[in-house]
Design a protein around this ligand. Structure first.
Ligand code: PLP
Length: 395
């Protein structure tokens, strides 16, 4: 009875979600403290107290028909202005309220961006490993996903293959830094090279190629690493931001798009994106939480807690002989599977109550993703279990 387009999704129902359900099953049998569930990127650090305060103040002090009412499809003007001011302060940009469209998290922001720019059959380039939902988003607008194979030495984008795969039909490129699932932050050097390639290809083909920066992890960066703000390197950049991780609000569904004045067709795109927000069915981002964001625009979650987890898990696994690169951002560790079929490794992990996500869920088989947004105790208590797993695979 369901639509043809839905059938593959139902068939491949996200491995991550299935893992989540497996976690619940194991918790029911062994108790939560004995299950080491590294499967889901659900923030473990609570939202800053400013969020709770803001909700109380807003509910007490704002006229309910305003607080809960419809507004412009792009979102409340004062909220967009507050975010634009914050970005301008932090990154030396010059955005105005009109350059921002409030969205229902990054997921809907990406859908709005793609609906705004993509014609059927046009290509969208992504760098493996990547967040697999990109494929679904591109298909929503009948685009064609083009994958660049991973550079497993660094997990920085493979720029040689990228240059080769840009065609006159390339409409957009999606990058995600800090990166899910590797925790890599694209260096300024990488960004400059990527931008130069895109500029040259635009000139060569006489086309416009948009760079979509999917950045829900922007604020989660460690060791003082800088996360370049991409609009400063490439004019045709659209930023997709989310507060799901940066303020630990994934269930609230709030984020925004930035369409800078420098982007080709900026004005037309801004108008179209607000309409796309409505017609994809979101209508507008949730009103109360938009107002909360304006009050908490410079608030931060306790990134130090993730950093502590990062170091404990990375060092612990390295000491056991596992291979992985040290993440500089986000809250994921991408570990090389000791056997080519990483699903076999994930299955074996379950014997020790360790849940990991296979790299094939990110178009990068041979690796597994561990989300370390868990309690510190979970990390420490998981290490003896990882030791048993390492022994089983003769690491
Ligand atoms: N992009 C990436 C790379 C993600 O990891 C996620 C969520 O985990 C999203 C987008 C979607 O985020 P949101 O909850 O803001 O829709």
């Amino acid at each position: 009875m369901i639509a043809e387009k839905m059938k593959p999704y139902v068939k491949n129902n996200s491995a991550i979600r299935m893992m989540f359900e497996e976690g619940n099953r194991l918790r029911g049998i062994y108790g939560a403290e004995n299950v080491f569930d590294f499967s889901l990127g659900n923030p473990s650090v609570p939202a800053p107290d400013c969020v709770r305060q803001a909700i109380i103040e807003l509910v007490n002090d704002t006229e309910p028909t305003v607080l809960h009412g419809y507004m412009s499809n792009a979102g409340f003007e004062d909220v967009r202005q507050a975010i634009a001011d914050s970005l301008n302060r932090r990154f030396g940009t010059a955005f105005a309220a009109k350059n921002l469209i409030m969205t229902v998290g990054a997921a809907s922001g990406l859908n709005v961006a793609l609906k705004t720019i993509l014609n059927p059959g046009e290509e969208v380039i992504v760098f493996a490993p990547y967040f697999l939902e990109y494929g679904a988003y591109v298909k929503n607008y009948d685009g064609k996903l083009v994958e660049i194979s991973p550079d497993t030495a660094t997990f920085q984008p493979n720029l040689q293959e990228f240059e080769e795969k840009i065609t006159p039909n390339t409409r957009a490129v999606i990058v995600n830094t800090p990166h899910n699932p590797t925790g890599v932050v694209y260096s300024e050097e990488t960004i400059k090279k990527l931008a130069a390639i895109m500029e040259a290809k635009q000139k060569e083909y006489g086309t416009v190629i948009y760079l979509i920066s999917d950045e829900p992890y922007r604020e989660l960066a460690y060791d003082g690493v800088q996360v370049p703000y991409l609009t400063k390197y490439y004019d045709n950049t659209i930023v997709g931001y989310s507060y799901s991780k940066s303020l630990s609000l994934p269930g609230e569904r709030i984020g925004y798009l930035v369409i800078p004045d420098e982007a080709d067709g900026s004005q037309e795109m801004i108008t179209a994106a607000a309409i796309a927000n409505r017609t994809i069915g979101s209508v507008n981002a949730p009103s109360l939480i938009q107002k909360v964001i304006a009050k908490c625009v410079d608030a931060e979650v306790d990134v130090a807690a993730y950093d502590k987890n990062r170091l404990a898990l990375y060092n612990g696994l390295k000491d056991l002989g596992f291979e992985c690169i040290k993440p500089e951002g986000a809250f994921y560790l991408f570990v090389k599977s000791p056997v080519a079929d990483e699903k076999e490794f994930c299955e074996a992990g379950k014997k020790y109550n360790i849940l990991m996500v296979p790299g094939s869920s990110f178009a990068c088989p041979g690796y597994v993703r561990l989300a370390y947004c868990v309690s510190y105790d979970t990390i420490i208590n998981s290490l003896p279990q990882f030791a048993k797993l390492a022994k089983e695979f003769e690491i």
